[in-house]
Write a protein that binds this ligand. Structure first.
Ligand code: UD1
Ligand code: CA
Length: 451
């Protein structure tokens, strides 16, 4: 069996520079979901010239046919129909990301069993506005487009889904007979019914046929796809699934708990028994088991091993690798850094271009000064090092195992293992100095007020 996706339209109602088939839903373009649902069939896509190359790259197995001028859905099908080699084929609009592959299977079976020329998939809508209406009267079946419908017809709630199953021979004969619609100058595929003999309808769930013509419908489709993705995770707790954003292809392990407003993007993998609290944005990252990510962290292209604790308000930039039991606290930024097991950087720190050993304590306000205005330089810290608060490590620099860096030190030279590095101006306390200073200022202020 084969399927033709009509996707050459101008997307006028979308009011976008980008064709609607490429608008994103949960990390994938609309057209991706359609091709996925039809993966059992040989796929033809009718495209315009601009979309052609992108589609070829995205779906190398599909046959792309070009409709140069957009003269309607019947004209679009005419670009593909001569390339169909099967007895029957499906046609589907390129703006329907919610289609269900089972509807197509049922459709093909019915077409064969009842020897039909065409099976139209329809549904009943409370608000049928914008859709072609299914008119069934004594003279048979017709589809009347909204633009051409009388008020009586507009009240009909059964609508054309935009999915059709055709007998190939019958469609080949009927398609060229379709005439131009006088009002719009387009050739409507829906008019093919007039030139076919045995036509029937199959009712499908209305959710499966939502067409994305406008931004509003794009957001409606997103909600449903998001719900479907989340419903697939039967062993994961979502505190508030309506306000959780999980992209297509994300993996989450058993007994993980996802709080509201979490965004998991681009192939992120979360392990088991993790807690991902509110507002976290995680993309292209791997999080192993039993990791606790406190609220409002941004994590990109990073790997976090078991039992780590991150955040709140941490920023893990690309190539951060945290071994087991690492603790990254609030307002800590990491980038291109390997952090050994059990190491802690609990507050207000920047760790970039660094290799840090196991069980290191990184004090509050530590900064790896990795950039000299020309290039990035590396900081290497051994195991069990203790770095006091407010330390600057001016890279390239190494601190050996078991060394101690005193608070306030600017490390510019390598530190030997087990050594103490300290760079501080010796402190002097000037007795009575503060009082004298305040008195002088207060006197000056008083004199100013008098004048
Ligand atoms: C179409 C149906 C309508 C149905 C609705 C369901 C027609 C005439 N009407 O209306 O009965 O209820 O879908 O969603 O078919 N396209 C081309 N080339 C063209 C014109 C359109 O490839 O010249 C493609 C579009 O890219 C789109 C699809 O065909 O993916 C349908 O076109 P669209 O303009 O969205 O049709 P609707 O007005 O939604
Ligand atoms: Ca449409």
């Amino acid at each position: 069996m084969e399927a033709v996706i009509l996707a050459a339209g101008k997307s006028t109602r979308m009011k976008s520079k980008t064709s609607k088939i490429f608008h994103n839903i949960c990390g994938k373009p609309i057209i991706f979901y359609i091709v996925k649902a039809l993966k059992r069939y040989k796929i033809h896509i009718v495209s315009n010239e601009e979309a052609k190359n992108t589609l070829k790259k995205m779906f190398p197995k599909a046959e792309i046919h070009i409709q140069e001028v957009q003269k309607g859905t019947a004209d679009a099908l005419s670009k593909a129909i001569n390339h169909i080699n099967s007895d029957a084929f499906a046609v589907v609009n390129g703006d329907m990301p919610l289609i269900d592959s089972n509807d197509f299977e049922t459709g093909f079976n019915l077409l064969k069993a009842n020897k039909l020329d065409c099976l139209i998939l329809t549904t009943f809508l409370e608000n049928p506005q914008g859709y072609g209406r299914i008119v069934k009267d004594g003279s048979g079946l017709q589809i009347i487009e909204e633009k051409d419908a009388s008020n009586t017809i507009k009240r009909i709630k059964e609508v054309n889904s935009g999915i059709y199953i055709f007998d190939t021979k019958a469609a080949l004969k009927a398609l060229p007979k379709i005439e131009k619609n006088e009002k719009t100058g387009e050739y409507y595929l829906t008019d093919i019914i007039k030139f076919l003999n045995k036509v029937d309808t199959l009712n499908i769930k209305s959710e499966n046929m939502l067409g994305v013509n406008t931004r509003r419908q794009l957001s409606e489709a997103r909600k449903i796809i998001q719900q479907r993705i989340i419903d697939n995770f039967e062993n994961v707790t979502f505190i508030d699934p309506e306000n959780t954003y999980i992209n297509y292809g994300v993996e989450i392990g058993e007994d993980t708990i996802i709080y509201p407003n979490v965004h998991l993007r681009n192939k992120t993998r979360i392990g088991r028994e993790c807690i991902i609290e509110n507002g976290n944005i995680i993309e292209k990252s791997i999080v192993k088991d039993n990791v606790h990510i406190k609220p409002y962290c941004v994590i990109e292209e990073s790997i976090i091993y078991d039992n780590c604790e991150i955040g709140p308000f941490a920023h893990l930039r690309p190539m951060s690798e945290l071994k087991s039991c690492v603790r990254i606290g609030n307002f800590v930024e990491t980038k291109k850094v390997k952090i050994g097991e059990g190491t802690k950087a609990s507050h207000l720190t920047y760790l970039g271009d660094a290799v840090i050993g196991e069980n290191v304590n990184v004090g509050c306000g530590t900064i790896t000064c990795n950039y000299d205005g020309y290039q990035k330089n590396e900081t290497i810290i051994g195991d069990r090092v203790f770095i006091g608060s407010d330390v600057q490590l001016v890279a390239p620099v190494k601190v050996g195992d078991d060394a101690l860096v005193a608070a306030g030190t600017t490390v510019t030279k390598d530190v030997e293992p087990s050594a103490l590095a300290i760079s501080r101006v010796p402190q002097t306390n000037k007795q009575g100095w503060a009082k004298k200073y305040r008195d002088a200022i207060e006197k000056r202020v008083k004199e100013k007020k008098k004048t």
